[in-house]
Design a binder for this molecule. Structure first.
Ligand code: NDP
Length: 249
């Protein structure tokens, strides 16, 4: 018996990479899915088709999570389509890498707006109805970089570290309301994001990863699926590392 029948998940940045894999993993539990995306409508529609073929309800919702008004409108559309959201996966994220001495203020700001204000915009609007229904799962996609630091990613590390601090704090605030809040911290995963990383850097990553390779989006999605399950109700404020052993917390 699938575990999330009748539940609805909103996955931000569900059109590609890790987000897409999360949508599919949750659909294996018969969860209905709202697929958020910012710019790749065709990719989002393709994910929706795949989800519908798996027998769940699914629809794509355009909206930039860093923009408060767009977030509001997007969530309103999701609510009028599905009625409620039980599982929120704050996955949408960007990088704007540059060593700190050369970093431009807009690169700092943009990364914080998408990776940290985005989860604020989503969570602040969806949490009240989770509390009202006395059930909810929030999973924040952080990063190994929050734990280790990484050259050229001070903006990204701050945002992803903030997301872990947010996860732990919110988990304490809503634990008694049937809502769990957890984070998943991926290592280096094969997506468009890491396709932009130079090959020689990825070779070093492979050398530093005991498993000896980059991860796959499905391997991150499995941890999200685990945390979203009803049986994960006693796990909150936790960070699950999915990094091939590169960092052991
Ligand atoms: P991708 O670049 O492959 O995909 C990013 C997704 O986020 C796309 O669906 C994109 O939508 C969406 N997105 C980007 N900005 C916004 C926005 N402002 N509003 C709404 N959606 C947006 O990234 P990954 O799949 O690699 O990464 C997913 C998450 O995992 C991110 O938070 C990332 O930081 C994190 N992560 C990734 C790692 C990796 O090695 N890949 C490692 C650790 C963490 P669209 O296509 O429409 O633009």
């Amino acid at each position: 018996m699938p575990d999330l029948t009748g539940r609805v998940a909103l996955v931000t940045g569900g059109s590609r990479g890790i987000g897409r894999a999360i949508c599919i993993a949750l659909a294996h539990e018969k969860c209905d899915i709202a697929v958020n995306y910012r710019s790749h409508a065709e990719a989002a529609e393709e994910v929706v088709r795949e989800l519908k073929d798996m027998g769940v309800r699914a629809k794509a919702f355009q909206g930039d999570v860093s923009d408060s008004e767009q977030s509001n409108n997007m969530i309103e559309s999701v609510m009028s389509e599905f009625g409620h959201v039980d599982v929120l996966v704050n996955n949408a994220g960007i990088t704007r890498d540059r060593s700190f001495v050369k970093m431009k203020p807009e690169e700092w700001r943009e990364v914080l707006l998408v990776n940290l204000n985005g989860p604020f915009n989503m969570t602040s609007r969806l949490l009240p109805q989770m509390i009202e229904r006395n059930w909810g799962r929030i999973v924040n996609i952080s990063s190994i970089v929050a734990q280790m630091g990484n050259f050229g990613q001070s903006n990204y590390a701050v945002a992803k570290g903030g997301l872990i601090a947010f996860t732990k704090t919110l988990a304490r605030e809503v634990a008694a309301k049937g809502v769990t809040v957890n984070a998943v911290a991926p290592g280096f995963i094969e997506t468009d994001m890491t396709a932009a990383v130079p090959d020689k850097v990825l070779d070093v990553v492979r050398q530093l990863t005991p498993v000896g390779r980059l991860g796959r989006p499905e391997e991150v999605a499995r941890a999200v699926r685990f945390l979203a399950a009803p049986q994960a109700s006693f796990i909150t404020g936790e960070v699950i590392n999915v990094n091939g052993g590169m960092y052991m917390g």
